[in-house]
Design a binder for this molecule. Structure first.
Ligand code: COA
Length: 277
């Protein structure tokens, strides 16, 4: 696979990592970065069609990747996944808890099922997957877990009660397990990505069909103007920005880092009070 622009070739050779939600968006950026550095990545997510094409692309570029279909809310299935990965590949060096789900909804209108689905994916899923890899990491004398958090719960974030509550729980789990499992050589950290222009973000900037739009309007321009107004480093993030932090934590450079939560957002959340957005 081609050289990575930042890390040395083969940095993660021989390692095995599971990336939940690893076939799309930020998860795919993480998987691709890890594979570029030699790690065998196991993409784990609900939709087989996404898994298939992501694995094909990574393999076509010279990386090592396989897929497991799993819903992280299903503890039995998650345990079977960890067992399968260990049986087939012999070790589990890294787990990236990237799978997440959310939507904007007034808190007073959240049904039990809506609340539950987000809490179960974001918080239960993170715990189930982390617990499932524990025996393998313990037996091999160590391992790394990187969970995806967010910054929205650092302040009030209306319409996101479920996700902010779940991610506050992910932060707490990160700190607690870091202390509890340090004796087994397991490093537990989290990342809190800022705005990455996923399909959903692009959609939010795209005028609805039939809306009056001036000739000079462009979605890319509108997104660029927004980024410059709201992000101190004046650009949107990329999945690779996030992937590189995960690669750092998976590498020997992360050896003395545990219980840390890394905000990777171009300064966005710190500036929110100034921009009001
Ligand atoms: N707006 C409002 N309510 C929603 C919703 C939305 N966009 N998506 C799901 N819900 C509600 C459903 O109405 C349902 O509640 P109900 O039974 O009371 O009607 C409940 O949440 C579960 O919905 P379901 O369709 O069964 O979803 P799921 O459990 O299969 O998946 C999500 C839940 C969060 C993953 C789903 O909303 C989703 O696909 N979101 C977009 C993808 C996403 O979040 N990506 C990650 C971004 S970080």
């Amino acid at each position: 696979m081609s050289s990575h622009p930042v890390f040395r070739d083969g940095l993660l050779d021989g390692q095995v990592g599971i990336v939940t939600g690893g076939a799309t968006g930020i998860g795919l950026g993480i998987s691709t970065t890890l594979a570029q550095l030699g790690m065998h990545v196991v993409l784990a997510s609900r939709k087989p069609e996404n898994l298939q094409s992501a694995v094909e692309n990574i393999v076509a570029a010279g990386g090592k990747a396989t897929a497991v279909a799993v819903d992280v809310r299903d503890q039995t299935r998650v345990q079977a996944m960890a067992r399968q990965v260990h049986d087939e590949l012999g070790r589990i060096d890294l787990l990236v808890n990237n799978a997440a789900g959310n939507f904007y909804k007034k808190s007073e209108e959240l049904s039990e099922n809506a609340w539950k689905s987000v809490i179960e994916i974001d918080l239960y899923g993170t715990f189930f997957c982390t617990q499932a890899v524990f025996p393998y990491m313990k037996a091999q004398g160590g391992g790394r877990v990187v969970s995806t958090s967010m910054t929205l719960h650092y302040r009030g974030w209306p319409l996101m009660a479920h996700a902010t509550a779940a991610k506050a729980g992910v932060d707490a789990l990160t700190r607690t397990l870091a202390v509890e499992w340090a004796e087994h050589g397991i490093r537990i950290n989290a990342i809190a990505p800022g705005p990455i222009p996923t399909e959903g973000v692009r959609k939010a900037f795209t005028p609805p069909p039939g809306a009056p739009v001036p000739d000079f309007f462009s979605v890319d321009k509108a997104m660029d103007v927004f980024a410059k107004a709201t992000i101190p480093l004046k650009r949107w993030g990329t999945p690779e920005d996030i992937g590189q932090m995960v690669a750092y934590l998976a590498s020997p450079a992360g050896d003395w880092i545990t219980g840390a939560i890394f905000v990777i957002d171009g300064g966005e959340w710190l500036a929110k009070s100034k921009t009001g957005m």
